[in-house]
Unconditional design. Structure first.
Length: 483
């Protein structure tokens, strides 16, 4: 009876420990020629790499990464001395062994990489070795192509290169077909080339639509992305794929960015984690944009997702800051009517923005003691003198309260032909309505006082004006009324 109890107790221990261990990860590592060295287990997430675990190899090059919780599926890497590494596929199978030989060369790590206990790693290693071999053959063929002088010989080399390309394509298709649920299949599908058809031509062979191929490529850009597959976030491919679409495939215009972002985020909702990452990617991208008017996209992301409960992970303190920032910038978005401001002239007469009748009104917020203002003011004066005859007026708004300093600056800079104004009693709220946190700050308004330029330098202001004049080449007569 005693023996039976011991046997049963031992059996329970084995079952319990195996079940508990199965919930975590155990990656045994053997690196020949590398002893008593610290190595790291890292992973990709978006456009960054992070450390997950660390271990010191023993005197024979053995080490083990382990943890009680399973790793999220993705591409991981083992970083070795010399800043070289080899990659691992970690998915459902998380108890396995990998071994390789350390020579100080990253390519040798892949060539000598073997594994036990992971079908995913077997598949990945086989693919990596295949691609390494194809790459080496391609390099040799391209070198040979450079040396060939005769067209028949060049054709034979090009045919060989095409054959290599076809073999790679067949390898991809085989993996996708035979292992459709694997991460390597998802990665290959994600990076699959889009077959773009030839553009349509008329009966004379002339291309009907010169932008056909671009539009086709754009329309099918996301065909092979499974937005429900969270594993793709932990690869080096998802972030640049999304970023490239917004950098290369669309115009950097706020309304276009908003439309395209909404489209992508609808797709990304297939997974909460993918949606979260994609929203943060786009929000950060356009929140930090230097493109004029892109704060409209910031307001879109804030109001559509963050401030209405569609981003439950967001911290309440951070959300309060976002809400406050929306209040600050929403009144002066590009395309909006400029907020009325009533200021005082040097002789204490009221000046109303909406009583300035000009084809274009430039708001120039400045202070004499600001170094940037001292550099920008002469440029602004030259611009104003140049375009005054075309209906451009400058409303120079002094942002401080020292009148003598202001009047001295007007005289020194010869700004008497501007509409000069200030607000010594802070009654116009220009700082709030025009989000003036630093100087100089420049706004450009059309004749209806719509904002067509904001937070720009004088050089950009001139470019916008020149573009406006091209739209309407007729020069306007300068006319102003103020009260």
């Amino acid at each position: 009876m005693k023996g039976q109890f011991n046997l049963f107790f031992a059996f329970c221990l084995v079952v319990f420990s195996t079940d508990l261990f199965g919930q975590g990860y155990q990656i045994k590592v053997k690196i020949e020629n590398l002893q008593d060295s610290t190595i790291y287990l890292g992973y990709y997430f978006g456009d960054k790499q992070y450390a997950k675990d660390t271990v010191k190899l023993d005197g024979k090059g053995y080490g083990e990464f382990s943890g009680k919780e399973k790793l999220p599926g993705g591409v991981y890497f083992v970083l070795l001395p010399g800043n070289i590494f080899f990659e691992l596929i970690v998915d459902k199978e998380q108890q396995f062994t990998v071994s390789t030989i350390y020579t100080g060369n990253a390519t040798d790590l892949v060539k000598n990489l073997t594994t036990k206990g992971s079908h995913d790693m077997d598949l990945y290693i086989n693919y990596q070795k295949f691609m390494t071999q194809q790459g080496e053959l391609a390099i040799k063929l391209r070198d040979k192509l450079k040396a060939e002088l005769l067209e028949p010989d060049k054709k034979r080399v090009n045919d060989s290169l095409q054959l290599l390309h076809n073999e790679v394509k067949m390898k991809w298709e085989t993996i996708e077909k035979d292992h459709p649920e694997s991460l390597i299949a998802a990665i290959l599908k994600f990076n699959k080339e889009i077959d773009i058809p030839e553009p349509p031509k008329d009966e004379k062979g002339i291309i009907i639509d010169s932008s056909f191929q671009y539009k086709y490529y754009k329309a099918h850009y996301f065909d092979f992305i499974d937005f429900a597959d969270e594993r793709l976030l932990r690869t080096q491919f998802y972030h640049p794929k999304i970023d490239r679409y917004f950098e290369k495939m669309i115009l950097p215009i706020p309304d276009t960015v908003i439309k395209e972002s909404y489209m992508v985020l609808v797709k990304a909702k297939a997974s909460e984690e993918v949606f979260k990452y994609t929203l943060q990617l786009l929000f950060n991208k356009y929140n930090n944009s230097n493109i004029m008017g892109m704060d409209k996209a910031f307001v879109f992301f804030a109001e559509t997702y963050y401030l209405n409960g569609n981003a439950p992970w967001a911290d309440s303190t951070w959300l309060s800051k976002v809400e406050e920032r929306v209040k600050e910038i929403k009144p002066n978005l590009i395309g909006n009517k400029a907020q009325e401001i009533r200021l005082l002239s040097p002789d204490e007469q009221f000046i109303s923005l909406y009583n300035i009748h000009a084809e274009y009104t430039v708001l120039f917020f400045y202070e004499p003691g600001c170094g940037h203002c001292k550099k920008a003011t002469p440029k602004m004066k030259a611009m104003a003198d140049k375009y005054w005859g075309q209906g451009v007026e400058v409303l120079g708004v002094y942002t401080q309260v020292e009148k003598e300093e202001w009047l001295k600056f007007i005289k020194e800079q010869e700004l008497e032909n501007w509409i000069n104004a200030w607000d010594p009693y802070n009654q116009s709220h220009f700082r709030q309505n025009y989000d003036i946190k630093s100087t100089p700050s420049i706004y450009l308004l059309d004749k209806n006082k719509n904002i067509i330029g904001k937070r720009i330098d004088v050089e950009t202001l001139e470019l916008i004006l020149e573009d406006e004049f091209k739209k309407n080449p007729e020069k306007r007569v300068h006319q102003i009324q103020s009260e």
